[in-house]
Ligand binder design. Structure first.
Ligand SMILES: [Zn+2]
Length: 304
């Protein structure tokens, strides 16, 4: 599922291909993509629009037009955008929309599970639309440790759930949440409001580090995510914990464990990321004994 690094990687490739170009012909073949708006009407009203810029906010890709309108694309589970030179678009049963640009090239929107959305907003509608859905941009100046702390304060939800909430900060999903918590050495089940100032600062750094790393590797391709040129991201080869159950933690050697938090598969290091309520000292001892896991650990875990 594309998160901030994946959407940002798509944006970086797409921006130079789209900026300054006109949408010559638009076909939207799936009602779900534009609902509640009629897909044919949206397609028609996009034709003739010239692209001023391609931006991103959280997991939304924003195609801004010179007219002041904006097309907000959310890839959700399996959406992707593929660019093809004139006449090179492959026949693909999962193509839900195609934009033909004025240089003859195509941008095809592909989506297997069909959860993705296209919302065409009129000038002036965008700020309110996004403000209702998204918190701070985690790589922006406005996202400080203090601001993160304020968002987590008094929340009793697990910290992982809190950072998955797009209104806490925008763009973090299941993968980068686990990675950020590992960097920060914070257990995913810790009560969000229980983190002290140092832990909040570590989490703030961890979130940025995980996302920046993901962008450097052009995102992670587990199944469907592709860049507009058809290539895969490579971040999946560098995960610290995500999907690595039983493999050694790169920091301490302890096997990575998997639990469920808020219904999502969650990976963490049981030594580096101290469970709720466990004294600090024990973490240090365990880190020193690296891969030897004590039975008391697994029994306490199963009660979580
Ligand atoms: Zn570890």
């Amino acid at each position: 599922m594309p998160e901030l690094p994946e959407v940002e990687s798509v944006r970086r490739q797409l921006a130079p291909l789209l900026e300054g170009r006109r949408f010559e012909r638009v076909v939207v073949a799936d009602r779900r993509l534009t609902r509640p708006d009629d897909p044919a009407a949206v397609a028609r009203s996009l034709e003739g629009e010239r692209v001023a810029a391609v931006d991103r906010r959280g997991k939304y890709l924003i195609v801004r037009f010179e007219s002041g309108r904006a097309l907000l694309i959310h890839l959700r589970m399996t959406g992707s955008l593929l660019h093809a030179r004139a006449g090179a678009s492959a026949d693909d049963p999962y193509t839900r929309a195609v934009v033909t640009l004025d240089d003859g090239s195509d941008v095809a929107y592909r989506d297997i599970r069909r959860f993705g959305t296209w919302a065409l907003l009129e000038r002036g509608e965008e700020d309110a639309y996004l403000a209702a859905r998204l918190g701070a941009e985690p790589l922006g100046r406005g996202f400080t440790a203090a601001r993160l702390g304020a968002r987590l304060a008094k929340r009793r939800a697990p910290v992982k759930s809190a950072i998955l909430d797009q209104r806490t900060l925008a763009g973090v999903g299941n993968i980068y949440a686990d990675e950020a918590l590992w960097y920060a050495r914070v257990h995913p089940l810790r009560e969000a409001g229980s983190l002290d100032e140092g832990e909040v600062a570590a989490l703030h750094r961890g979130i940025r580090r995980a996302l920046e790393r993901g962008i450097e590797r052009q995102g992670s391709t587990l199944r469907d995510y592709r860049l507009p040129d058809g290539e895969s991201g490579t971040m999946q080869h560098e995960f610290k914990v995500y999907g690595r159950e039983g493999e050694p933690c790169e920091r301490c050697g302890t096997p990575i464990e998997k639990i469920r938090v808020a219904g999502r598969g969650t990976w963490y290091c049981p030594s580096c990321q101290r469970p709720p309520g466990e004294p600090v000292r024990r973490r240090a001892r365990q880190a020193a004994s690296s891969s030897s896991r004590r039975p008391s650990r697994s029994s306490s875990r199963s009660s979580e």
